[in-house]
Ligand binder design. Structure first.
Ligand SMILES: C[S@@+](CC[C@H](N)C(=O)[O-])C[C@H]1O[C@@H](n2cnc3c(N)ncnc32)[C@H](O)[C@@H]1O
Length: 200
């Protein structure tokens, strides 16, 4: 069984104001960049406690939250009654699980750095989308390794934007755009966050 890296963080995850405002910035950038409508079914990859999906929910029909962590999913589940669309929670490792459903979009915030093989993940995102489906993926720009103070299963100290754009291109995505979405301020530095959007 996989280790739940977020077991001890989940209960206090939403009490970090910097984290909440970072995801709020990301959500605003996603809402500005994508034309959502109430017919759409999205997947949120690495949905955690739902900080991103709770802001996108009022604009779509349904969101399938995919997260490997039981503790994070429990937090999301406790918010279920107050969310603005239908929610399904899938407790799986998306790297090693084949999901047969397809979606109108995949959104994701601060999760890609937990995935070893980025190119394979973009291929998976592509396969998970209906034709014309969108991705909106936000994560850290390249950093010096000081962002995380504890091990939560991190494979990448952020990303060069060129590397993310190339992975999306290689998987077949079109209309690829990458913009500044947010900056996480910590006592020891500022950590910029990108948002990549693209279309299948
Ligand atoms: C840093 S948290 C981000 C949570 C949320 N998106 C946010 O921005 O607040 C990363 C989340 O991704 C999940 N995760 C990491 N690797 C995963 C995988 N391979 N499959 C599913 N979930 C994964 C973790 O369990 C964790 O909840």
């Amino acid at each position: 069984m996989n280790k739940d890296f977020f077991e001890h963080k989940a209960g206090i995850y939403d009490s970090d104001d910097n984290r909440v405002s970072n995801v709020a910035n990301i959500a605003n950038a996603v809402i500005d960049a994508i034309s959502f409508d109430r017919t759409m079914h999205l997947m949120d990859f690495g949905s955690g406690t739902g900080l991103l999906l709770e802001r996108i929910a009022p604009f779509v029909r349904k969101i399938t939250a995919v997260d490997i962590s039981k503790a994070m999913n429990d937090q999301l589940n406790s918010k279920r009654g107050s969310l603005g669309c239908d929610i399904a929670i899938l407790e799986v490792d998306l790297v090693s699980t084949d999901i047969t459903d397809t979606f109108d979009g995949v959104i994701s915030s601060m999760t890609l750095h937990h995935v070893k093989d980025i190119e394979a993940m973009f291929v998976k995102f592509y396969a998970l989308l209906n034709d014309g489906g969108i991705i909106a993926i936000a994560d850290l720009d390249k950093e010096d390794g000081s962002f995380h103070t504890e091990d939560t299963g991190v494979y990448h100290f952020g990303f060069e934007r060129e590397c993310i754009v190339n992975a999306a291109k290689k998987a077949g995505f079109k209309n690829i755009k990458i913009i500044d979405a947010s900056v996480v301020h910590k006592p020891h530095g500022a950590f910029p966050v990108f948002l990549l959007t693209a279309k299948r």
